[in-house]
Write a protein of this length. Structure first.
Length: 584
């Protein structure tokens, strides 16, 4: 009996100890796990893994869970994206506003700010169910001297066509506008949204790139969506953009861009039906697009699913806010605008992320007739074209040596530009353990070579000067196809910077110089080729068109250019390449 009581006492004490120790151990484990996950680098990975295990979009028979009802019948100027033409007696006012804004703001003022637009999505897009707990989103709109009605139509479309529980805010960031109606009048408009729309203003002009980075810092949503200030989002545009980011926080998503006419505000698709396109580039760093390769299309099960893209146009995209900032936002050394789309694209892909274009997200964008404002004091201390300086910063940071040479072959004057200090960008690249540009070309941007092969080196470049008249071959600022002419040699490049490469292609900018019976022409280079018919003889100073076996010549009386039978004694057939010495 006594032994039994002793055993019972021991068992009781053991149980009591376990009851005390186990909860303590549990609390210690929980605290340790929480502390570990509070570290930014771990928390980000954990969030990404968690999202990969959550709900995914699903194609269903009926309408999808975020699909909105059909628009009520509406009447009025520009409704359903139809073109609005001013009465003839008001055309002058419309043209005046075009001169001021680069678009017909006078016509915009007569169109409802909450007008309906035509649904340009694939029919399949109406039948997707998306995760219910999509991340809260800040839509960031940077503007400078924008037409008020155009800006507010962007805001109205976002609010009217976004799920209320997903839209955290619309954040307007004013890059030091001077227009009167963008002051008190805009502030009154903002107040009418009861806190859903916020307005922050720069104290001085910052430029698009730096102002967008400020918007990301100020935003309160988990995801940020950047829109230009002259857009209209289409039906159910936001859930398709957020779903890939919900799945993986390192994904940038890009909507398909429709066009809005800058004169009539007609809303219409840009891309032909049934075809998907994605962003690429040519070696002068001009943004281009290519039809999506079959290799990428085969990866998807449904035609309306997102697909991978090497780059994006720059104006419209969505990203996890913290991820954007972890990548350093935009390179703060980039000036005003230009090249930031490439910088962010290369950085995302080479440093472990990805870019997806989303067919079920459509956003209309006004393409201006021209840029209606200058850059003010921005970049005054910089010598040379600001956009090319930006491109140089991007390629010197992200390109391998081999690919840098293609850029300098296309833009030989860029070698002389001061791009500033890129030490911080190279350190970021090292810290993030980013892959090489060769990896990017092999695995992501492999289709660039289809349209823009590797460039042969330039044999000659500079002004192409006539020995007889001391004038230079000039593209005359015209779009191809157009007749080329001769102008006073000015040494500024652009229209007069000619390049003759080792394969016989004579180029100016992204265009080529060709010849036919009409004369010497500026032409669109044949896609996928880098060769041409030209040969320059330094002894005779002849520029021979090998296909015709004739030389470039100048008519002494009319100064018109043509091909003529080669004559070594004719000074009007003699040309000299003179390297341009920058005056920066």
């Amino acid at each position: 009996m006594r032994i039994t009581n002793i055993r019972r006492g021991r068992i009781f004490r053991i149980c009591l100890c376990l009851l005390i120790i186990l909860p303590v151990l549990y609390l210690l484990f929980t605290w340790s796990e929480n502390q570990r996950n509070s570290l930014p680098e771990v928390r980000g990975k954990h969030a990404a893994l968690k999202r990969q295990r959550t709900e995914r979009p699903e194609l269903i028979v009926g309408f999808g869970n975020f699909e909105p009802p059909n628009d009520d019948q509406r009447e009025g100027p520009g409704e359903y994206g139809e073109a609005f033409h001013l009465p003839s007696e008001e055309n002058f006012k419309g043209e005046s506003s075009e001169m001021e804004y680069g678009m017909n703001v006078y016509a915009s003022n007569k169109i409802a700010m909450d007008r309906a637009v035509k649904d340009t999505r694939l029919d399949e897009c109406k039948h997707w169910n998306y995760p219910h707990d999509l991340p809260k989103t800040s839509v960031i709109i940077v503007f400078h001297n924008e037409g008020l009605s155009v800006l507010m139509r962007t805001v109205h479309s976002v609010i009217n066509r976004s799920p209320k529980h997903v839209l955290q805010e619309v954040l307007l960031v004013d890059d030091f506008s001077e227009k009167e109606d963008l002051k008190e009048k805009l502030e009154e408009e903002v107040k009418s949204f009861n806190g859903l729309v916020r307005l922050v203003r720069n104290d001085e002009r910052g430029g698009l790139i730096r102002t967008r980075s400020r918007g990301a810092q100020e935003a309160r949503g988990e995801v940020i969506v950047f829109l230009d200030a002259h857009c209209e989002v289409n039906k159910n545009w936001l859930p398709p953009l957020l779903a890939p980011i919900y799945r993986d926080r390192t994904t940038m998503t890009v909507p398909i861009i429709d066009g809005i006419d800058h004169k009539t505000f007609e809303y219409r698709p840009v891309y032909s039906g049934g075809h998907h396109y994605r962003g690429i580039f040519e070696w002068g760093m001009l943004y281009k697009e290519n039809e999506v390769p079959k290799r990428e299309l085969k990866r998807r099960e449904h035609n309306s699913e997102p697909y991978k893209s090497p780059t994006h146009a720059g104006g419209l995209f969505a990203m996890d806010r913290k991820y954007f900032l972890e990548l350093g936002a935009y390179d703060s050394g980039l000036l005003v605008w230009g090249g930031e789309n490439f910088e962010l694209s290369f950085k995302i892909w080479q440093c472990g992320g990805s870019i997806e274009w989303v067919p079920c997200s459509r956003v209309g964008h006004v393409y201006r007739g021209f840029m209606p404002y200058n850059f003010g004091k921005l970049g005054e201390k910089k010598k040379g074209p600001l956009i090319t300086i930006n491109y140089k910063r991007v390629i010197e940071t992200w390109f391998d040596e081999k690919y840098k040479e293609y850029f300098y072959t296309r833009e030989p004057l860029a070698r002389f530009l001061d791009m500033g200090d890129i030490t911080g960008q190279l350190e970021l690249k090292e810290r993030l353990q980013c892959k090489s540009f060769q990896w990017y070309m092999d695995n992501v941007a492999y289709d660039v070579f289809d349209k823009f092969p590797q460039l042969p080196a330039n044999l000659f470049w500079g002004e192409l000067k006539s020995v007889a008249t001391d004038t230079c071959l000039d593209a005359m600022g015209h779009a191809p196809p157009s007749i080329m002419g001769l102008q006073h040699c000015h040494g500024h490049g652009n229209n007069q910077l000619m390049r003759l490469n080792a394969a016989g292609q004579l180029g100016v900018g992204e265009r080529c110089v060709e010849a036919d019976k009409q004369g010497i022409k500026l032409a669109v280079c044949r896609l996928g080729t880098v060769d041409g018919p030209w040969h320059y003889d330094e002894k005779t100073k002849h520029l021979l068109h090998r296909a015709n076996n004739k030389c470039m010549a100048q008519n002494p009386s009319t100064r018109q250019l043509s091909l003529a039978h080669c004559d070594v004694n004719d000074g009007y057939q003699q040309w000299e390449f003179k390297e341009i010495k920058p005056k920066w």
